[in-house]
Design a protein around this ligand. Structure first.
Ligand SMILES: [Fe+2]
Length: 394
């Protein structure tokens, strides 16, 4: 028997201006006491008015907790849980990028499961559903509003750890492009490329299926056609709409089909070298894809087509190469560094990076082509610039 599960938010609300629905949605969830969880940067943008006003119009007041930290450690969760426990909140609204949404998801289950939060690390370790949640992304990238995992930093061993549980899915997710209009260019580029990697990796993943395939291809189309405009002309609403929808679709596909070696090789760069997640993914994408392509030429040719490449008359091999080249170009166009040298890595760091990446079995086992530490090091060497570039010749 093969059984695939497809899970997403209880209700998905999309469209420009759709954040105005939040008051109505809160009432439908029988909310009486609401807490908004966000970070200080979001609070300073004034964006929260778009959430608080409709809540007020529906007769609801909300307290605001704005102390979510970037790359949140477990201590951040513990400190915020202590602030909201015992206050009878019956709706938690998460607003922000991936960190704020991941924190909101886990705080909701901490209110109904009274254990050390580190006990939740791993797959399906959360025993009870949390209080209802509404998640509102303010960047187009992580897809955290529709994934049932959340990533935290363990300060004890400096390793990122994941909590995976269907109880982390929100009751409602509201994806409104208007909330992303003020995201600065570098963040738009990094988060947007992260979303594109989610779409491409999940489309070519071992766990991909018919349901996720259609969603992933549409995500690739939307993101690749609009990311340049979103980065260089951020007020252009149509581009932001494509990015918001593309990122959401990529998140749904990632949530159900998973990602692979690009993410596995990107994670070690976040630890020691503090390379932002989206930048690391985007930098590594062409190199990993070049390695992966021969394992599933048809799918990589599909990626080329979804990227808008003209593949008429090309063999599958040529079309797959075209996808690799187009992605290297796209990454360069939006200002992402194209080699590991540029992000502070030295040649002597590569063996340790490869060793660390080779331990991330959860992702490597979902990659369309097997890798051992030897192949991983070779890919890092290419990305470092020691061997032939992946930008294929036409
Ligand atoms: Fe990612």
């Amino acid at each position: 028997m093969t059984a695939s599960y497809f899970r997403t938010a209880g209700t998905l609300i999309t469209g420009t201006g759709s954040i105005a629905e939040i008051g109505e949605q809160a009432k439908k969830l029988n909310a009486t006491k609401v807490v908004i969880v966000t970070d200080k940067v979001i609070r300073e943008t004034g964006l929260l008015a778009k959430i608080i006003d409709p809540l007020t119009a529906s007769g609801l007041q909300a307290d605001i907790i704005d102390e979510v930290m970037p790359e949140p450690p477990f201590e951040n969760l513990e400190q915020l849980a202590a602030q909201i426990e015992g206050k009878s909140y019956d709706l938690l609204i998460g607003v922000g990028g991936g960190s704020a949404l991941d924190v909101a998801k886990v705080l909701a289950v901490m209110l109904t499961n009274h254990e050390d939060v580190r006990e939740f690390v791993g797959i399906e370790r959360v025993k009870n559903a949390g209080i209802p949640t509404i998640l509102v992304p303010t960047t187009a990238g992580t897809g955290s509003e529709v994934t049932y995992n959340a990533i935290f930093t363990d300060t004890r061993d400096k390793v990122k750890k994941g909590i995976v549980s269907p109880y982390l899915l929100p009751s409602v997710a509201i994806v409104d492009a208007e909330l992303t209009l003020t995201v600065p260019p570098a963040v738009t580029a990094a988060t947007g490329m992260d979303a594109l990697v989610h779409a491409i990796e999940s489309y070519t993943a071992i766990r991909a299926n018919e349901l996720t395939d259609g969603i992933a291809l549409q995500a690739i189309k939307l993101i690749s056609r609009s990311i340049r405009t979103a980065v260089y002309n951020g007020k252009e609403l149509k581009a932001r709409e494509d990015m918001a929808m593309g990122s959401l679709l990529a998140g749904i596909s990632l949530g159900n089909a998973g990602v692979g070696a690009v993410h596995a090789l990107a994670y070690p760069l976040g630890g020691k070298f503090k390379v932002p997640h989206g930048v690391a993914n985007s930098l590594l994408l062409p190199f990993v894809m070049k390695y992966n392509a021969v394992a599933d030429l048809t799918k990589f040719a599909d990626v080329a087509e979804a990227l808008g490449e003209n593949i008429e008359g090309l063999s599958l091999r040529e079309a797959a190469d075209r996808a690799v080249r187009a992605l290297a170009q796209l990454s360069e166009d939006v200002g992402i560094p194209s080699s590991l040298r540029e992000v502070g890595v030295t040649a002597s760091d590569l063996p340790a990076l490869a060793e660390e990446a080779s331990k991330i079995d959860r992702l490597l086992n979902n990659n369309p082509r097997w890798l051992t530490v030897k192949e991983i090091q070779k890919i890092y060497e290419e990305a470092y610039g020691e061997v032939e570039s992946p930008a294929f010749h036409s």
